[in-house]
Design a protein around this ligand. Structure first.
Ligand code: PLP
Length: 395
């Protein structure tokens, strides 16, 4: 290899030797509570398929039916020739579901942050960002060119201190937070954050990726959970988690959405979502609008698993949602634990630094409405057996 490109191999070797290289597993079946990996059925405890919709018959049927009418590809970016009736229908349904005037569909949740933030703030402006915000928020803030000021995690008083320190600056200000923080399952104290933003004349935006389909009435998200309709300027959402498909969206006032359609670069320069994606999402939103049964099952499964794990003596942090972090300590321990679970038929990946702070490496368990209570009882039992074997719990 040429001298100039040697850094690639060196970096790969560094990742390997420090145990930071990610081995990517291949799922050989449809997504679901049980999946096939390396030829064997395994209990899936690490996907974001909260409601089991990824392979739901109703959303697959809708995708097939709409392909027969509209084909697959959109052929262009939304602003040139890629806006088709299914896109417009899904945007209307998403706005209705979220209780906002309008919504704009983009290719992913990551793109939704890249679409929302740079048009709102730029060079000379200020972003107030929770220190644990998602990577896509961080990247979108950097891309905007605004000055990024981090405030302590989930701390309205910490936010107020930073807002106070920049009070005199007459520029655009944006407060941004995740709704549910995915590594710990804690919920942003949105009412107090909104009040702080209002007091200092800042806009406020929440990324509800792990709140949709989980929090609020029938899974309508964090704004609904706290009854804050009309007080959050920008809501970012993803269609890849509870909705079970792929895509992202931004919801808010009709004027905001109109503005973002004109300004957001992923909307202007990257092609629209495909017809089957949009069709499947239409079915998902309708399933959520019709019944809260899946959302209730998700919460009861989460409660059951947490109770079992607490009963066995695990440290499961302070999650306020079905997300269950099983905190084990060092990265090597969490990795070995995950490998032992895999041998026992359980697929649950270890998460370590830099995704979570050093010394808090964990198995982050994602419970789904598609799990049977007996699956989760079995899983907790296997976790306890492996932990005793590794001397992480008393024998
Ligand atoms: C998962 C996630 C995203 C990215 O969503 P995709 O649709 O997978 O691109 C963005 N923000 C947060 C907070 C997330 O958890």
């Amino acid at each position: 290899m040429s001298v100039e490109k040697r850094f690639i191999r060196e970096e790969l070797e560094r990742l390997q030797s420090e145990g930071l290289y990610t081995h990517i597993r291949t799922i050989e079946s449809a997504q679901g509570p049980w999946v096939t990996i390396e030829g064997r059925r395994r209990l899936n405890l690490c996907s974001n398929n909260y409601l089991g919709l990824c392979s739901d018959r109703r959303i697959c049927d809708r995708a097939r039916a709409m392909i027969d009418i509209y084909g697959v590809g959109p052929g262009a970016v939304r602003t040139i020739a890629g806006t088709m009736s299914p896109h417009v229908e899904l945007e209307r349904k998403l706005a209705e579901f979220k209780g906002t005037e309008a919504a704009m569909l983009v290719q992913s949740g990551f793109c939704a942050n890249l679409s929302a933030i740079p048009p709102l703030v730029g060079k000379g402006d200020l972003v107030f960002s929770d220190e644990l915000n998602h990577a896509s928020i961080i990247d979108a803030c950097r891309l905007s060119g605004a000055t990024i000021l981090r405030y302590p995690h989930n701390s309205p008083s910490g936010l107020r201190e930073v807002l106070e320190s920049r009070k005199a600056e007459a520029c655009r200000k944006l407060v941004v937070t995740d709704g549910v923080f995915s590594m710990d399952g804690d919920i942003a104290p949105l009412p107090d954050l909104v009040e702080a933003a209002e007091d200092y004349g800042a806009m406020i935006m929440v990324d509800d990726a792990h709140g949709e389909g989980v929090l609020g009435r029938g899974g309508r998200g964090i704004v609904d959970h706290f009854g804050l309709h009309g007080r959050v300027d920008v809501e970012v959402g993803t269609l890849s988690k509870a909705f079970g498909v792929v895509g992202g969206f931004i919801s808010g006032t009709a004027e905001l959405v109109d503005y973002l359609r004109q300004k957001a670069r992923p909307n202007l320069f990257s092609s629209a979502l495909t017809v089957p994606d949009v069709a499947a999402n239409l079915a998902s939103v309708e399933i959520l609008q019709e019944s809260d049964e899946l959302v209730r099952k998700l919460w009861s499964n989460g409660k059951l698993f947490k109770e079992r794990m607490k009963g066995y003596g695990f440290n499961i942090g302070n999650s306020q949602t079905p997300i269950t972090p099983v905190i084990l300590g060092e990265a090597a321990v969490a990795k070995a634990f995950s490998a032992r679970l895999f041998e026992e038929g359980i697929f649950a990946q270890a998460i370590a630094f830099p995704t979570v702070p050093k010394g808090t490496a964990r198995i982050r368990v994602m419970v789904s409405a598609a799990h049977e209570p007996s699956d989760l009882e079995m899983a907790a039992e296997v976790f306890a057996r492996v932990a005793r074997e590794m001397n992480l719990l008393p024998a």
